[in-house]
Design a protein around this ligand. Structure first.
Ligand SMILES: NC(=O)c1ccc[n+]([C@@H]2O[C@H](COP(=O)([O-])OP(=O)(O)OC[C@H]3O[C@@H](n4cnc5c(N)ncnc54)[C@H](OP(=O)(O)O)[C@@H]3O)[C@@H](O)[C@H]2O)c1
Length: 310
């Protein structure tokens, strides 16, 4: 059973929509249409980042939600393409607020771990924003479990906390199950994982010869290059046919079904792609099917080596 993330005085929807394609593959007009379909389906939670499409993702999101800003939850991120210094965080956050046309942001994530900047400095910047009421929650993305807990210990002294994390997680990227998800459950940290479709692999389109991010972007091609991942995607499509449901719906519902997850971050580069992902909002997955899907992929090794005691 997933935990709802309550932000402001209302819960975030159990799916978040990621706007990484706004201002990239999606024009302003398409972005607006996608936003509206999300809203009509009950999604009130949107993810962006300072770095997406030179700021157009934040700008487009800020424009399309402007008339109802108080009814939606916005998460953005800082410090991907620059060191996570206090100065950079405050400068980039100020730009994000302008682009989003919003005085405050509901969640601000550190976009990735920065081994060169002391965590105390990074977190002091976030504490300042929180104390000024400019952000409601603090998040970290792409941190390992030890990095998150190290940050949490420093947060304690600053009277703030890491409230939410954004790891990668899907049927073909299950490393988070080993340390990150158990940590989040134990420490009551919300989890909004990205890439629940494995960047599109789990839609089944690549074994049909279709194109997309995995054929166009070298980083994604490499990230999903292992043969077993492609076999998992084909087998998920076969299973989906027997259940008469889209593989995308199954892949996202499978992520949601994990009890540590608050809201998977879905995405689409066109309106046509969106519908099977949105169907996961109301898809009730029987426990036998959850197990069948889990068995299609490779389980990560446990965190400790005494297998006889696990
Ligand atoms: N924190 C981070 O470092 C980080 C990293 C990545 C993403 N994110 C966030 O998470 C969000 C979701 O990540 P993601 O885009 O990687 O999620 P995903 O759900 O794994 O992949 C979405 C992509 O799959 C393809 N797709 C989706 N539905 C399809 C359909 N019905 N038919 C064919 N193709 C379909 C599209 O890619 P094509 O364009 O190839 O068709 C779409 O952009 C992003 O928008 C962003 O907000 C965060």
């Amino acid at each position: 059973m997933q935990r709802l993330l309550t932000i402001k005085d209302f819960p975030a929807s159990s799916l978040c929509f990621g706007t990484m394609q706004f201002g990239g593959k999606s024009s302003f007009y398409e972005s607006k249409e996608i936003y509206q379909v999300c809203r009509n389906s009950g999604i009130n939670f949107f993810d962006t980042a300072h770095v997406y499409n030179e700021g157009r993702s934040e700008e487009f999101l800020g424009s399309v939600c402007r008339s109802e800003r108080e009814n939606i939850i916005i998460a953005t991120k800082a410090a991907y393409d620059c060191p996570a210094t206090k100065k950079n965080i405050l400068t980039s956050f100020d730009e994000s607020r302008k682009r989003l046309k919003s005085d405050f942001v509901d969640i601000l994530y550190m976009h990735r771990w920065d081994k060169h900047v002391p965590l105390e400095e990074t977190l002091t910047g976030l504490a300042e924003l929180k104390q000024q009421g400019l952000i409601r929650y603090i998040g970290v993305s792409n941190y390992s479990a030890w990095q998150t807990m190290k940050a949490q210990a420093i947060c304690h002294n600053l009277n703030i906390s890491i409230d939410v994390i954004q790891p990668m997680y899907s049927l073909v990227k299950r490393q988070a199950e080993v340390e990150i998800l158990p940590m989040a459950l134990s420490e009551k940290i919300s989890v909004c994982p990205y890439s629940p479709l494995g960047g599109g692999l789990l839609t089944g389109k690549y074994h049909q010869g279709d194109t997309g991010r995995l054929t166009e972007d070298q980083r994604y091609k490499q990230r999903y290059s292992l043969e077993w991942m492609h076999n998992t995607a084909s087998n998920l499509s076969l299973l989906a046919t027997t259940y008469n449901v889209s593989p995308s719906t199954l892949a996202i519902a499978w992520v949601s079904n994990n009890k540590s997850i608050s809201a998977p971050i879905i995405s689409a580069s066109s309106l046509k792609q969106l519908s099977p992902s949105i169907s996961a909002l109301n898809y009730q997955m029987p426990s036998e099917l959850y197990k069948e899907i889990t068995d299609l992929s490779v389980s990560p090794s446990p965190a400790t080596d005494r297998l006889e005691e696990i």
